[in-house]
Design a protein around this ligand. Sequence first.
Ligand code: ACO
Length: 334
Amino acid sequence: MTQIAQPFGVRIRGTGSCVPERRLTNNDLTKLVDTSDEWIIQRTGIHERRVCDPSSEGTFTMARDALKNALDMAEMKGSDLDLIIVGTVTAEMTCPSVAARVGAALDAIPAAAFDLSAACSGFVYSMNIAQALIRSGQFRTVGVVGAECMTSIVDYTDRTVSILFGDAAGAAILTRDPDPRIGCLYSAMGADGRGWDSLYIPRRAQEIPANDIDNPIALGNLRMNGKEVFRFAVTKFREVIEDAMSKTGLTPESVGQVVCHQSNIRIIESAREKLGIPKEKVYINIDRFGNSSAGSVGLCLDQLWRAGKIEKERPFVMVAFGGGLTWASGVWRV
Ligand code: ACO
C-alpha cells in the first residue's frame, strides 16, 4: 500500500500508554521455570516485564487507560472520536470487541469500533488503516490502540515463551489535517499464513498441527517455535525497514527514530547494524517491558513522544512483525 498525493493530511495529536505496576523479573522467573537471569539477558535483552493483576487489570483496562492518556495529551474527549481501533490478540471476549468497550468507557458513543488481529503487528496495522480512512475523508478523528495482556495466554511452565512476554498498551489520536504533507508518507503491510504454526494460540485440540509433537500447552495458551520465528524475523525486519526507507528516500542520516516492535534485542540489533542506523535512532525498552506484542510499538512511540524525541524535521519509521505471520511498516512526518 503506497501513499501518493491526498487531499488531507493526518496529524498525531496525542499519544498515551499504560503498563501495570507489577514487575516480573528474570530472577522471579527462575522460581517458575528452569532458566537464569544471564540466559534471558543474553538471548533476549530482557531484564524484567510488567504483568497485570488478573483480578483487576487486563487488555481492556490497559487499552482504556492508554487511550485516555492520549486523549488528555490531545486535549480531546472520547466524544471527539469517530472511530476506535484496538490491535490485540488477547481480547477478554471475542464479542464484544475491546474497542467497543473502550468506546463505552470513554463516552465515545457512537464512534465505530473494532479490534484488529495481527499479533505483534497489530498497532502498526491499525495506524496504517486509521490514517488511510482519514485520508479518504471517511473519518475525522481516530483513536488507535495496541493492547496486549500476554500474561493471560502464557504458560508459566514453558520456559521458551514465559521469559519473553509482558503486558502493555500504547495509543495515538489521529486527526484530519488540512496540510496533506503531514502524516503517513508510506505504509506497507503483509502476511504469509504458511508460517502460522510458528506462533499460534489454539482454542481447539484439532487445530494443533500433527508435527507439533512435543506440544505441552493447554488450549488458549501461546505456542511458539522460537527458532522459526527468529529465522523469519531476522531477515524480514531488515527487509521491511529497508523497503520503507528506500521508498521514501530516507537514509540512516536523514531518518528520525526507527520505532521497532520489541521482539528480541538480537533481532533489532541485527537489523540496525546491517542497515547502518545509529544506535540512538533505534529506541529500546525491551529490557524493562519485555515483548508486549501489539502493545510494544505504541508504548515506544508514547515514551519517545513524551521525551521529545519525535522530531518535526525527520520522518520516523514504525515497524513490526508477528504471528500470522504478519509484518507492517509506516513512515510518518509530524
Ligand atoms: N532458559 C534457559 N535455557 C533455555 C531457555 C530458557 N528460558 N529456553 C530454551 N533454552 C535452552 C534450549 O533448551 C536450548 O538448549 P540445548 O542447546 O541444550 O538444546 C538452548 O537454550 C538454546 O535454545 P534456542 O531455542 O536455540 O535459543 P535461542 O537462542 O533461539 O533463543 C528465543 C530462544 C529467545 C525464544 C529466540 O528463539 C527468539 O527470541 N525467537 C523469536 C521469538 C519472538 O520474537 N517471538 C515473538 C514474535 S512476536 C508475536 O507475534 C507474539
